[in-house]
Design a protein around this ligand. Structure first.
Ligand code: GLN
Length: 188
């Protein structure tokens, strides 16, 4: 199994390390040809406006949309969640726009730039997940076929829509590999 990790900008190396810990090869995706032969794609955290601009510049939006439409699993973390959302509050920035959710960027306020919290994520089992939030978004609305998988302060911070998965936090920055494993299960 090969997983593409979008490597335009942001925390892509950490995802490749998480995948390697699970015995899976991560492929850095910078051009359309790097999408060939991958079984899934991770869109990392970083700066969603920058990543979106680069996706436009390198003509990657359509090829990724086509792969997702064909059923290939795509997992976005933080900025990746923003890029997967159909609606981004107050912004017309480029996006994949694949998930039926409305996202609010930098949603937890400037004064709390980053924080960690033990999150209940029922699909992962009983043990809470230590979630690292960095200038994180949350989902203001999650409409079917998207469904929320976890909430924090009454807001959705993890959602799935069929072959699409998004977290507002950074699972690649902790040693808990359950979310990456959950994503890999979506591929089999
Ligand atoms: N605030 C960033 C954005 O909206 C996301 C931050 C992150 O990915 N850690 O693009």
């Amino acid at each position: 199994m090969k997983i593409g990790v979008l490597a335009m900008q942001g925390a892509f190396r950490e995802h490749i390390t998480s995948l390697a810990s699970l015995g899976v090869e991560g492929i850095e995706v910078r051009r359309e040809r790097h999408l060939e032969g991958i079984d899934g794609l991770i869109i990392p955290g970083g700066e969603s406006t920058t990543i979106g601009k680069l996706l436009v510049e390198f003509n990657l939006l359509e090829p990724i949309r086509e792969l997702a439409a064909g059923g290939m699993p795509v997992f976005g973390t933080c900025a990746g969640m923003v890029l997967l959302a159909r609606d981004i509050i107050g912004s017309d920035q480029p996006r994949l726009g694949l998930m039926n959710v409305k996202v609010k960027r930098n949603a937890f306020g400037r004064q709390v730039d980053s924080f960690e919290v033990d999150l209940d994520i029922p699909v992962l089992g009983e043990k809470p997940f230590r979630a690292v939030f960095i200038r994180a978004p949350y989902l203001e609305e999650v409409e079917p076929p998207a469904e929320s998988l976890a909430t924090f302060m009454g807001k959705s911070v993890m959602a799935r829509q069929g072959n699409l998965l998004a977290t507002a936090f950074h699972p690649e920055l902790t040693n808990d590999l359950r979310i990456h494993r959950y994503f890999l299960e979506m591929i089999k």
